[in-house]
Design a protein around this ligand. Structure first.
Ligand code: SF4
Length: 493
């Protein structure tokens, strides 16, 4: 398990902490073998088209705490995506019948002069202004490349303002330039919560933390049946809700890429046991996950009954879907752990996975437990996956591969990726809610949406006829990994 230090202002980046990478080309089995034998090396790209940023990933979690404020200490361009977070926030409020409220994000507008003379005064006046306007229960300060490079002492100011304003004012150190792995921003956000908001437990509760993005509430019934209560974190939590997540009976991860750090920190610092089996995707994966949950919550017998009942319920429908999807091919692009989950779903439904472009790879999670490796579980349950590419959203690689592979369906988890399949006339399915494919019902949910997508091929066929591609014929004829350098040789495991 990672050595978690909640006294330190910041958490180290994933490349250093976990040995995570963003460049690899081989098979899933080779990747797992390299990772488990300590031989994983990053293959860097000599050309990079775009990348995400840790700051955005930190903000997307902190900005969803309903009574907190985020001050982004950055040039105004770093706040260019605020509207997107507000959109997700407003949609989520409607889904949860919450009172409509606008997101509270402020930006300090670091300008050229500030990079010479320092931006700390601007930060202080922005925090005070935010406090006056909103009266929040906590203020998080997210840093940026500019504030990091000029060396503004955000931590000292945050500590002084906490005392002065009487609420937690917390630095969240998530400068984009520090890591190529933007999910490092999740760790930064969670570190700022666990070091400054979460308090030691007063007693144990019957709540189970669910670290999730902002998806549907699918755990309520299951946990009620087992005598527990679901506590969804972080989106739509209040500061008071977060103070005692240390009292929960266990922590469930909807996606270890998201919650690896928080799950491990809650266990290591406050003894909240994390369910370490990979999230429940696919039939066998759901059985494994449920048994781990039952063991930790001391509900083994009840869980066996649920497994039996659910198998009987879904098998007839599952078999029917398998018949319809037999012989179909798929290619997917997604973040790491959720990509592994989609592979399990596709394989369970009998599709041939022709390949995957997965945004990064964590060879191990913060809990240090190899049993949490969902890709290793996929390989063990369903066999190897050829053309497994770790690719941080480089569209030029993806288009080149898709043009060669031409799958029956492309599955994507992130907006902005689906258009590449559609432009090539490949039916493309985007599902943003991780919970949609979770558990036994999730397999059926996914199958239904894939069949709908395959049945509506005409739309993308017509779109492809009238689309232009920004990539030249020359590029589409090259090896997709022309710009993926470094040592790409991998052992055959
Ligand atoms: S923090 Fe850095 S990488 Fe992130 S948006 Fe700002 S300038 Fe870009």
């Amino acid at each position: 398990m990672a050595n978690i230090n909640i006294q330190a202002p910041e958490v180290s980046i994933r490349e250093v902490r976990l040995g995570s990478i963003t460049g690899f080309n081989g098979t899933a089995k080779q990747l797992v073998g390299c990772a488990h034998n300590g031989e994983l090396r990053d293959s860097s790209r000599s050309f990079s088209q775009c990348m995400g940023c840790s700051s955005g990933n930190a903000l997307c979690q902190l900005a969803m705490i309903t009574d907190a404020v985020v001050v982004n200490h950055a040039p105004v361009g770093c706040g260019g995506d605020f509207f997107g977070y507000n959109f997700v926030y407003r949609v989520g409020q409607m889904e949860r019948d919450l009172k409509p409220a606008i997101g509270r994000y402020f930006n300090t507008n670091i300008e050229e002069n500030d990079t010479v003379f320092g931006g700390i005064q601007k930060l202080e006046s922005t925090v005070r202004e935010a406090y006056e306007r909103v009266q929040p229960k906590a203020i998080f300060i997210t840093t940026s490349c500019a504030s990091g490079i000029i060396g503004d002492d955000v931590e000292s100011l945050a500590n002084a303002l906490s005392e002065d304003l009487g609420i937690p004012v917390v630095g969240c150190f998530c400068e984009g330039f520090k890591s190529k792995i933007w999910t490092t921003g999740f760790d930064s956000a969670y570190h700022s919560i666990i070091r400054s908001i979460v308090k030691p437990p007063r007693k144990k509760s019957n709540k189970v933390n669910i670290i999730n993005f902002w998806g549907s509430h699918i755990f309520d019934e299951l946990l009620q049946e087992l005598g527990y209560e679901a506590q969804y974190i972080i989106p739509f939590s209040t500061v008071a809700d977060l103070e005692y997540i240390s009292e929960a009976a266990a922590t469930i991860q909807i996606c270890p890429t998201l919650g690896t750090y928080l799950g491990a920190a809650l266990e290591e610092v406050y003894g909240v046991t994390e369910i370490k089996a990979p999230p429940a995707y696919g039939l066998a994966g759901t059985d494994i996950w449920l048994r781990d949950l039952g063991r930790i919550l001391h509900r083994e017998e009840e869980v066996e009954e649920i497994i039996k009942r659910e198998h009987e319920r879904i098998m007839p429908e599952l078999e029917a879907y398998r018949k319809k999807l037999k012989g179909k091919t798929a290619y997917l692009t997604a973040g790491a752990a959720h990509g592994h989950a989609i592979i399990a779903l596709l394989r369970e439904l009998g599709l041939e996975v022709q390949g995957a472009a997965i945004f990064h790879h964590d060879p191990i999670y913060d809990n240090g437990d190899r049993a949490s490796d969902a890709l290793a579980q996929d390989v063990a349950l369903y066999g190897d996956i050829k053309n497994y590419n770790v690719c941080n959203k480089q569209a030029y690689e993806l288009v080149n591969i898709l043009n060669k592979v031409r799958p029956d369906i492309m599955i994507a988890r992130h907006g902005g990726m689906t258009l590449w399949g559609a432009k090539l006339g490949v039916p493309t399915l985007l599902i943003g809610d991780e919970q949609f494919g979770f558990g036994y019902q999730g397999i059926l949910n996914y199958a239904e949406r894939m069949i709908e997508t395959l049945d509506n091929k005409e739309f993308v066929t017509n779109l492809a006829k009238h689309s232009t591609m920004p990539y030249t014929k020359w590029w589409l004829e090259q090896d997709p990994f022309t710009f993926l350098g470094g040592d790409t040789h991998v052992q055959n495991y």
